[in-house]
Design a protein around this ligand. Structure first.
Ligand code: FAD
Length: 456
């Protein structure tokens, strides 16, 4: 190790890189980290955190409306986008500072510049060269926009967080969770929102009951969802933008936001020089210990193109730091990763979808409940909640929980612990509910759906 400047050099100060750097330094390693754009990475700057703040902000219009049923007289509320962004930016600035101090207090040398490979033990960062025994690639991902005419006029989620004004008309292109969340965010703030997606229904990979349920709820609120459509071209008009669609129709908007996927951020790093293999999507290929095809070079987080979620990048970072410097050989367990889509209403999900469960276990029992949450008996909102529980018939184990409804993310985190512990339906049934909550439904669902026949 003495021959190198550092034991570990981390490229990328996002969720995974910061966690790996900090823990490695705490284990006693000499560590440096370089970050070219913003400490905290995507999650803190243009991802989870600012998005959740916008979700909170956009919900107040519905809250004010619903307050009337509870006797409140609410004057027409006024919303100031600039004020919200100013407050959001201040908070993100505070978090950037916290990330910097976390690293520095752990003894990590932080270099705020881009890093590229010179050779397999040497990086160039901000015009200087540094050598390291181990190098960790944690450069994350970047939005990808279709290569179609006029798409240079479109924005991505990166820019959506910094728009000068709230656009009156927004067209969202895409059907993943980021597209869905932004459709709900802009709608909540009062924009007229159209969302188009090339497939028959958005949120591919989510449970087949959840997807149409959320689509119905979003349509009820007034979001114009259009499926089986792609955008052909975007052109500027006198009043904004017009996107021509594959069915010959067109949509006019002030902002077109493409949430059409993200790609690993591996371009220009110099990986071809050092023989680090990439997959077809540009993701770094790693083994179960996050070693790349160059054994002392590691990669984790969004750049390995597996599960692009902050808590996953954090967990991978801890595995790498533990294995390299903590004497801990642990593999990441990718089973039962809970997740939430912060749509309005939100989705919470953990475990298998019904389709996956049938494929893995054959015989499964489904418990489903759809109801009007108590709050909406007076609020006047017609929003409904869905809960679905999937049980492996043979072992009685609960193998999937899916919810659409208020606080779905908060509720699902608790259910995820039960699933991780291998809880059975009998144990769910033996659990006393908390009354009156929506969540008590998880422990009171007793009547299974009629069994599906092979042809059903
Ligand atoms: C809009 C949006 C919403 C999201 N919402 C959620 C959510 O609700 N929940 C959730 O769990 N996940 C969410 N995610 C995903 C989450 O943000 C990512 O999974 C997570 O940030 C990945 O962490 P990472 O460390 O792999 O990469 P990143 O956080 O992307 O960090 C990579 C860092 O590397 C830096 N970098 C790149 N190249 C170089 C270089 N050559 N030299 C120096 N620095 C470099 C980048 O500037 C960046 O800061 C969201 C993502 C987006 C885009």
């Amino acid at each position: 190790m003495a021959d190198y400047d550092y034991d570990l050099f981390v490229i990328g100060g996002g969720s995974g890189g910061v966690r790996a750097a900090r823990m490695s330094a705490e284990y006693g390693a000499k560590v440096a980290l370089c970050e070219e754009r913003y400490l905290g990475g995507t999650c803190v700057n243009v991802g989870c955190v600012p998005k959740k703040l916008l979700v909170y902000g956009s919900h107040f219009s519905a809250d004010c409306e619903e307050a009337k049923g509870y006797g409140w007289s609410v004057e027409k509320p006024r919303f100031d986008w600039k004020q919200l962004l100013e407050n959001k930016n201040r908070e993100i600035g505070r978090l950037n500072g916290i990330y910097r101090s976390l690293l520095q207090n752990a003894g990590v040398d932080v270099l705020e510049a881009r890093g590229t490979f010179v050779d397999d033990h040497t990086l160039e960062v901000g015009g200087k060269r540094f050598s390291a025994a181990h190098i960790l690639i944690a450069v994350g991902g970047w939005p990808s926009v279709p290569d179609a005419p006029g798409h240079e006029h479109a924005i991505t989620s990166n820019e959506a967080f910094f728009l000068e004004d709230l656009p009156p008309r927004v067209l969202i292109v895409g059907g993943g969770y980021i597209a869905v969340e932004f459709a709900c965010i802009f709608h909540g703030f009062g924009s007229q929102v159209t969302q188009i997606y090339r497939g028959p229904l958005f949120l591919r990979g989510f449970d087949e009951d959840v997807r149409p349920f959320l689509a119905e709820e979003m349509r009820k609120k007034g979001i114009d969802l259009r499926f089986n459509l792609t955008g052909k071209r975007i052109e500027k008009t006198e009043t904004g933008l017009r996107m021509e669609l594959s069915d010959g129709s067109s949509v006019e908007a002030d902002v077109v936001m493409c949430a059409t996927g993200r790609k690993p951020n591996t371009g220009g790093l110099g990986l071809e020089k050092i023989g680090v293999k990439l997959n077809d999507n540009g993701g770094v290929v790693v083994d179960e210990a996050y070693r790349t095809s160059a054994p002392h070079i590691y990669a984790l987080g969004d750049v390995i193109d597996r599960v692009a979620l902050t808590p996953v990048a954090l967990a991978e970072g801890m595995v790498v730091a533990g294995a390299l410097f903590g004497g801990a050989k642990k593999e990441m367990d990718y089973e039962d990763i809970p997740t939430s889509v912060f749509s309005q209403p939100p989705i919470g999900t953990v475990g298998l979808t019904e389709e996956e469960a049938r494929h893995r276990y054959g015989d499964v029992t489904i418990f489903k409940s759809s109801f009007t949450p108590m709050k909406h008996t007076l609020s006047g909102s017609s929003e409904k909640t869905l809960m679905k529980l999937i049980v492996d018939k043979k072992s009685d184990r609960v193998v999937g929980c899916h919810m659409v409804g208020p606080d779905a993310g908060e509720i699902t985190q608790g259910l995820a612990i039960a699933l991780k512990c291998g809880a059975t339906k009998a144990q769910f049934d033996a659990t006393v509910g908390i009354h009156p909550t929506a969540a008590e439904e998880w422990v009171t669902m007793r009547t299974p759906e009629p069994a599906k026949t092979a042809t059903a």
